[in-house]
Design a protein around this ligand. Structure first.
Ligand code: PRP
Length: 215
């Protein structure tokens, strides 16, 4: 039996990802986000789990360091990595949008041309604004994006909204939606061919679990 390495992201997607995989028996003793151990193995099933920073999952999978990964569509697109997307897992639903301070909202989107935008997603943001013929200045931050306009670093943000709580609590208002996202199962292209006998049945079982949950 060929060994399979699975990359799981830290953060909000970890728990639903580990829970979903455990429903098809793909789990390992000590598989926890809090574990300081970075590689957790299930020798019996020849599975190896690695827990990585969210943004790094597509990189591990593109290079084949992980055969399989679970990660948000937003992160896949932003990474620009060449990975094969096998399944929409349905959880981790959120959307990427542009937001501005409520009390300083300008009349139209075009009024923000040539201003600064703080984001973790400069690639998606740039593509979005370029399509509208808007040139912007992008400032990449790695977290707490909402701080940007509050302390005068930028006029706006491009960030993820899930419940809307963070926007509300910081008096920001969404002005345009950019893309929807959910968690996806991704696979390394070569692994998919070489380990098809393990990956294909796994995908079929996941599909079953997901369709039973949807009923
Ligand atoms: C994400 C995102 C927003 C927040 C949105 O941040 O960047 O800040 O969640 O969620 P909400 O609409 O439910 O409030 P995350 O918690 O991943 O942390 P970060 O500050 O490190 O980006």
């Amino acid at each position: 039996m060929k060994e399979i390495t699975i990359a799981l992201p830290k953060g909000k997607l970890f728990k639903p990802s580990a829970e979903l995989l455990s429903k098809i028996g793909w789990t390992a003793d000590g598989l926890s986000e809090k574990s300081r151990k970075l590689v957790i193995a299930n020798d019996e099933l020849k599975l190896k789990f690695i827990i990585t920073k969210t943004a790094d999952v597509p990189t591990y999978v593109e290079y084949g360091a992980a055969d399989i990964g679970i990660i948000g569509k937003d992160v896949i697109v932003e990474s620009g990595k060449d990975v094969y997307e096998l399944l929409d897992l349905g959880f981790g639903r959120c959307h990427l949008m542009m937001a501005v301070p409520k009390d300083r909202r300008r009349p139209t989107l075009d009024d923000y041309a040539n201003t600064r935008v703080v984001t973790k997603f400069p690639r998606i943001a740039e593509e979005f604004f370029a399509r509208r013929g808007m040139q912007m200045e992008y400032i990449k931050l790695h977290g707490s994006i909402e701080l940007g306009p509050l302390i005068g670093l930028s006029e706006s943000i491009v960030d993820i909204v899930e419940t809307g709580t963070t926007l509300r609590e910081n008096n920001l208002e969404e002005i345009v939606s950019i893309m929807d996202s959910t968690a996806r199962l991704i696979v390394n292209r070569v692994s998919f061919k070489l380990k098809f006998d393990r990956i294909s049945p796994m995908v079929e079982r996941l599909k079953e679990v997901l369709s039973n949950e949807a009923d």
